[in-house]
Every structure is written in structure tokens, then in C-alpha cells.
Design a protein around this ligand. Structure first.
Ligand SMILES: Cc1cc2nc3c(=O)[nH]c(=O)nc-3n(C[C@H](O)[C@H](O)[C@H](O)COP(=O)(O)O)c2cc1C
Length: 179
């Protein structure tokens, strides 16, 4: 199987997952700005990953706008976010990023990332400062919101190599080239 892993990452979470996935699959690894759909379409299996920003998967349109070019290939998309992997949150992300038709051509995975305020660029810091003010003003923040507030002062990192197992399994399944 000829596989490619493409990622877009602001603070390194998607980059670390992408590197491990590429290692496990023996795949070629590219940062998204260095890889267009022409190259991606040359592979049998495609993995795309990006961080979650306001529930949108960073750069995922590279895949969703080009699914017709990837017909017949195995396609997996992963998102990495600071939120715990609650079913409801994952459903929201799935609905925001993919149509039902697109979900017939790709498989989506959520791999928990982390949060490091200091690694963010100015625009994201600004957005997150606004969110912090909003969360601080809440009378009863949820446990997840309290966790996020604490992470502004102490970075959190939930990136673990073992989280990639289901995605790797999915790409490897029915891979007839290794039979
Ligand atoms: C402006 C902004 C919005 C974010 N929105 C979300 C979100 O909607 N859901 C989530 O789980 N994490 C959210 N995060 C946290 C990032 O998704 C998380 O830090 C991720 O692991 C970053 O991945 P990357 O370093 O590969 O870009 C947000 C972070 C920033 C700065």
C-alpha cells in the first residue's frame, strides 16, 4: 500500500500524530502547504489531520473539496483538539466539517491534542483571550470549561501515540498488497 499523511498544525499536536501515523504505515509525510491534491491523488491511502479551531478542522477543505479526485482510495481524516473525546463533541465536529455524502468516502477520527497558549500566534491569542473572559464570567462553567481556563496558565498535552491505533488499523484493513 502506497500511503500519504498530510497535516496542518499550529502548535505541534497534529504534526506529532501525523509523524507517528506515517511511521506506522511506512507512509510519506507532508505539511499541507507543501502538498497539493495532484500529489495526494497519486496514493492508494490518504490520511489528513489538523487541529480544531472553533470546531473546524484546520485545512480539511483540501480533502473535502477534492473527494471526487480520491474516489476508490482509503481516506482517513483526524482532528486534534483540546476537548476530551465526548461523543456529543465529536458528533458536532463531524457535522460541522463533513456532509453525510462525504462521510461515505472517508472515515473520521478524533485524537485528543492539548493546549499551549504560549505557542499561539497573535490572532489566536486574541481569540482565546476573549474566550477566557467569557468563560471567567460564567457562573457555572462545565468541567471542560474549567479545564480549559486552567490550561491558559499551565499548558496541557494529551497527545499519546496509542491514540492513533484505530486510525492505523482502519488504513491497514483490507490492504491486499501485504497479503
Ligand atoms: C482560537 C482557538 C480555537 C480552538 N477551538 C477548539 C475547539 O473548537 N475544540 C477543541 O477541542 N479545541 C480547540 N482549540 C484547541 C486546539 O484545537 C488544540 O490546541 C489542538 O491540539 C491544536 O492542534 P495543532 O497544534 O496541531 O494545531 C482551539 C484553540 C484555539 C487557539
Amino acid at each position: 500500500m502506497h500511503a500519504i499523511v498530510v497535516y496542518r498544525s499550529k502548535t505541534g499536536c497534529a504534526r506529532r500524530y501525523a509523524g507517528w501515523i506515517a511511521e506506522e504505515l511506512g507512509a510519506d509525510l507532508y505539511e499541507a502547504s507543501r502538498c497539493g491534491i495532484e500529489r495526494i491523488a497519486q496514493y492508494d491511502a490518504v490520511v489528513y489531520g489538523g487541529g480544531l479551531y472553533a470546531a473546524g478542522i484546520n485545512g480539511v477543505k483540501l480533502i473535502t473539496n477534492n473527494l471526487d479526485r480520491l474516489r476508490g482510495k482509503k481516506v482517513a481524516v483526524f482532528a486534534t483538539g483540546a476537548s476530551p473525546p465526548h461523543e456529543e463533541a465529536i458528533r458536532d465536529v463531524t457535522e460541522k466539517n463533513f456532509t453525510n455524502e462525504q462521510l461515505e468516502s472517508l472515515c473520521f477520527f478524533y485524537l485528543r491534542g492539548g493546549f499551549d497558549y504560549k505557542k499561539l500566534g497573535a490572532p489566536d491569542r486574541f481569540l482565546m483571550s476573549l474566550l477566557r473572559l467569557r468563560l471567567k464570567a460564567k457562573k457555572r462553567p462545565t468541567a471542560d470549561e474549567r479545564g480549559l481556563l486552567a490550561a491558559y496558565d499551565h499548558p496541557v498535552d494529551f497527545v499519546k501515540r496509542q491514540n492513533i491505533a484505530p486510525l492505523v488499523e482502519y488504513i491497514k484493513s483490507q490492504d491486499t498488497t501485504s497479503l
